[in-house]
Write a protein that binds this ligand. Structure first.
Ligand code: DQA
Length: 147
C-alpha cells in the first residue's frame, strides 16, 4: 500500500516561519518522521509540497490512481478552497486532514475548513506529531478496508 503526504502553501518554510506557532522542525524533518512512521506500518510514501492550488489538485488526482490514501495539510487553502474540497471528494480515497497548530485557538477565519466535511479524519494542534498520528490513522483505515 502507498500513501501520499501532501503539504500546501508556505509549509516549505516550516522551521523558519513563525516558529512560535509552527515549531522549529523543518519540512525535511517532517518528511523523515513520515517515512519512519509509514515504514512502521509497511506503507510506501510519496511526499509532495506545493504553493499552488492547481498543483495540489493534480497531486490529489494522481493519488486516485497511484495511492491508497492521503495525509493532507492544505495550509491556508483549508479556509478558502472549494476546489480542493471537490478534489478530495472526487478521488474516493481516504484523506486525513492535518494542521500543526490548533486553528480553533487562532483567528476566526481559521475556524472554518472546507476540507473537514470531506476528510476521513481531522488532526489539529498536535504539531509535527500530527503527521505521525495521521499516518497511523490512515494505516488503521486501510487495514479495516482490506479485512
Ligand atoms: C495550518 C493552519 C492554517 O490556518 C495556516 O494557513 C497554515 C498552516 C497548520 O498546519 O496549522 O498554513 O494548516
Amino acid at each position: 500500500l502507498k500513501i501520499l503526504i501532501l503539504n500546501g502553501p508556505n509549509l516549505n518554510l516550516l522551521g523558519t516561519r513563525e516558529p512560535a506557532v509552527y515549531g522549529h522542525q523543518t519540512l525535511q524533518d517532517v518528511e523523515s518522521l513520515c517515512r519512519e512512521e509509514a515504514a512502521r506500518h509497511g506503507l510506501q510514501v510519496e511526499f509532495v509540497q506545493s504553493n499552488h492550488e492547481g498543483d495540489l489538485i493534480d497531486a490529489l488526482h494522481r493519488a486516485r490512481l497511484e495511492a491508497d490514501g492521503v495525509v493532507f495539510n492544505p495550509g491556508a487553502y483549508t479556509h478558502t478552497s472549494i476546489a480542493l474540497a471537490d478534489a478530495v471528494s472526487g478521488i474516493e480515497r481516504p484523506v486525513i486532514e492535518v494542521h500543526l497548530s490548533n486553528v480553533h485557538a487562532r483567528e476566526a477565519f481559521r475556524h472554518h475548513s472546507f476540507i473537514s466535511p470531506v476528510a476521513a479524519s481531522v488532526i489539529i494542534g498536535a504539531g509535527v506529531n500530527g503527521y505521525r498520528l495521521g499516518i497511523s490513522q490512515l494505516a488503521h483505515l486501510l487495514e479495516s478496508a482490506a479485512s
